[in-house]
Ligand binder design. Structure first.
Ligand code: NAD
Length: 316
């Protein structure tokens, strides 16, 4: 019997595609420390994870029957990918499935920032009935995004999807990516008409100096520190939905407190699942708990893509 353990869950559609192809899919959550034993006892040949379960050398070395590790999502920093592949284990992820959801969350944060929705939503339940006029004054002086410049750092799948939405809003797009010189952005309308716009990438320095808003879509690394904040326009806004640590968190707090940066939005944090309190309580940060890909549509696409990859990889 071909058994798969979907340790961080899998969308129903993906599960049923696998079952129709003859796999048994178990979605029970096994604690990290019990995984090796359970995989061996139950003779699982496939293990799928999202970001919670870690697949390190202990599992790779001690589960000889494991043929495939599947990651529902993009980032694979919770899996020792190279080591697993050296040992002959197939490692598959679903890179394209969540781009739209992450890019839409970026736009949600952008609108939240420019109209102070993150703070208004905190204050209105407490003071909306006693202090309405004061709050109205406090949250005045928002700005429009149309006509402003958005700087996109990392011009891959998600970065280019953000560019599409930003262009649709009449924003100027600057992109930086050491590996992408230019990209053709297809803007598709509801009736399937579309137009293509060519975006040439610029240097990081130009992007930092000229952008009103900056959004990060890199696979990792520390991209924004004190030095980069110093180059930004006073009053810029910054969004991180990529990886915790892509913006140095202490430098961000300093940039916010000195008003160099007007506001920030974070979906990812250095020490998840316990982000710094100073970030969580900061009055000028729009916050979400790493939900970039957490939409019904993205999860369904992830489940289907993962199921198809598992069937293809383990078809003999
Ligand atoms: P992608 O591989 O398509 O694009 C990443 C781009 O970053 C590539 O074009 C690469 O050339 C570029 N890059 C690499 N190093 C760079 C650097 N130092 N400076 C600038 N650009 C650099 O990946 P993607 O699908 O667009 O995903 C981007 C990020 O989003 C990943 O970190 C991924 O983990 C993250 N993500 C987050 C969520 C979430 O829930 N918040 C969900 C999905 C993906």
């Amino acid at each position: 019997m071909k058994k798969i353990l979907a340790n961080d869950g899998i969308d129903e559609m993906g599960k049923s595609i696998l079952e129709k192809a003859g796999f048994t899919v178990i979605t029970e959550k096994v604690a990290q420390e019990n995984l090796v034993n359970r995989i061996n006892e139950e003779k699982y040949i496939g293990l799928t994870v999202r970001s919670a379960t870690k697949v390190r050398r202990d599992i790779i070395d001690n589960c000889p029957g494991l043929k495939l590790i599947g990651r529902g999502g993009v980032g694979m920093d919770n899996i020792d990918v190279e080591y697993a592949r050296e040992k002959g284990i197939i490692v598959a992820n679903t890179p394209a499935a969540s781009s739209v959801s992450v890019a839409e969350l970026v736009m949600a944060h952008l609108f939240s920032m420019v109209r102070f929705l993150y703070d208004s939503n905190r204050k209105m339940p407490l003071e909306g009935d006693t202090n309405f006029a004061e709050l109205k004054k406090k949250f005045a002086e928002g700005s429009e995004v149309s006509g402003k410049t958005i700087g996109i750092i990392g011009f891959g799948r998600i970065g280019q999807t953000v560019a599409k939405y930003a262009l649709g809003l009449g924003m100027n797009v600057k992109a930086y990516d050491p590996f992408v010189k230019s990209a053709s952005i297809k803007i598709t309308f509801f009736n399937n008409q579309s137009i293509d716009l060519q975006i040439e990438t610029v240097s990081l320095e130009d992007l930092l100096k000229e952008s009103d808003f900056i959004t990060l879509h890199v696979p990792g690394g520390e991209i924004i520190t004190k030095k980069e904040f110093a180059l930004m326009k006073p009053g810029a806004g910054i969004i991180n939905t990529a990886r915790g640590g892509a913006i140095n968190e202490n430098d961000l707090i300093e940039a916010l407190n000195s008003k160099k940066v007007a506001y920030a939005a974070l979906d990812v944090f250095e020490n998840e699942p316990m982000p710094k309190k100073e970030l969580l309580t900061h009055p000028r940060i729009s916050l979400t708990p790493h939900i970039g890909a957490a939409t019904n549509e993205a999860q369904e696409r992830i489940g289907i893509e993962l199921a198809e990859k598992i069937i293809e990889a383990l078809k003999q």
